[in-house]
Design a protein around this ligand. Structure first.
Ligand code: BGC
Length: 366
């Protein structure tokens, strides 16, 4: 598909008023023609048009075709910012400075992705929009979904000239709280709707992963990946390793696990590379977070609506969610996600797009 064939979303399909606040579609574009479209409802990345090795553009993120689909449960998290705490919190509760906090239970007894009305479903204020940058802000009131403290969150989306989508967040609080944001895009480097991601080749700079229980909540240990289907220290096809899966992937119905990124905590570093051989597209993820959650879209059943009438089936996308480890609030041996007044929370995730011409072909080692 040539650049001229980029199918921009229609603003009228995404313009709405939600809870009395205006919601719209915001476009970022660079001079080589890459495009990102974002809604301020949920700070949702709706499309991302990136060239392949031949210079043809495809939209590499799955997502809704209209604001109504965006607000449906089925596509709830696609492309959104998740907060205050990503992933699951056991029994939807935690103890902070001796006080017990009860959060919304929205997955059995547990708390998932910030609760019933997390950051994925609130209207963010647009504080700046230019061709290359969108800035959003949201004030999460004290007690929202059970979390203490008023949390002021800022987000910056930037599409650079070298085809990197940089997403950064900063937050401050007026009372001690817990924060663990993530970005929840479903990628398919062949283009959204073009089949599964089994042939995508993945490499993680992670020598450990975090095993979970049957509810996909960490057991609390960091396990060495050596000799397990979680060993992506050398490039490997995602689908092949899914086939090798044992009990862990039965629990997650595929990959739904945090990988522990090697290197110093809080430092921006290269965490993972994904290569798609038929298009030659490469995505590198860089983050300052300690973990990357690999989720192979295990729960998609094809009932979901999506752009161009696509129905997204199991593993039609993959998520690489930069975040602290799930359930950190209840796991003293995990890095802390506590935020105190006077401190500034920072979260950085860059999705850098290249092609095999930029780096030479990516060999598959297993
Ligand atoms: C979680 C999955 C969950 C999915 C929902 C992922 O971040 O790890 O367990 O089903 O989000 O969209």
């Amino acid at each position: 598909m040539e650049k001229t064939a980029i199918q921009f979303l229609k603003p009228e399909d995404f313009d709405a008023t939600v809870n009395g606040k205006k919601v719209g579609l915001y476009k970022l574009e660079n001079s080589s023609g890459a495009v990102a479209e974002i809604s301020n409802l949920g700070a949702r990345l709706l499309s991302l048009w990136i060239p392949d090795a031949e210079g043809n553009f495809d939209d590499v993120v799955l997502g809704p075709a209209t604001i109504e689909e965006a607000m449906s449960n089925d596509l709830q998290y696609f492309g959104t910012i998740i907060g205050r705490c990503a992933n699951r919190i056991r029994n939807a509760s935690f103890i902070l400075d001796g006080k017990s906090y009860k959060l919304t239970q929205n997955e059995g007894n547990n708390h998932l992705h910030g609760g019933q009305k997390g950051f994925d479903s609130v209207v963010w204020e647009v504080t700046h929009h230019s061709e290359g940058q969108l800035r959003l802000a949201y004030i999460s009131p004290d007690g929202q979904e059970g979390y203490p403290g008023t949390l002021e969150v800022r987000l910056v989306f930037e599409l650079t000239e070298d085809n990197t989508l940089k997403i950064e967040s900063f937050a401050t609080t007026d009372a001690t709280t817990m924060v663990n944001l993530t970005h929840h895009a479903y990628f398919n480097l062949k283009g959204a709707g073009n089949g599964t991601i089994y042939d995508h080749e993945l490499q993680f700079n992670a020598s450990h992963y975090i095993p979970t229980d049957k509810d996909s909540i960490p057991l609390g240990t960091l396990e060495n990946v050596k000799g397990t289907p979680f060993d992506f220290t050398q490039t490997a096809k995602i689908g092949k390793r899914m086939g090798e899966a044992g009990e862990q992937q039965v629990f997650g119905h595929g990959y739904d696990h945090s990988f522990v990124i090697d290197g110093a905590l809080g430092v921006l570093k290269h965490a993972a590379t994904v290569y798609e051989p038929s298009t030659g597209r490469i995505m590198q993820v860089h983050t300052d977070q300690p973990g990357l959650q690999l989720y192979t879209a295990n729960h998609l059943e094809g009932s979901q609506g999506g752009k161009n009438g696509h129905r997204y089936k199991k593993s039609s996308g993959f998520c690489l969610e930069a975040q602290h480890f799930p359930n950190s609030v209840n796991q003293p041996n995990f890095p802390s996600i506590r935020l105190d007044p006077g401190q500034e929370y920072s979260w950085v995730c860059w999705y850098q797009f290249l092609t095999e011409h930029d780096v030479g072909a990516y060999p598959v080692n297993s």
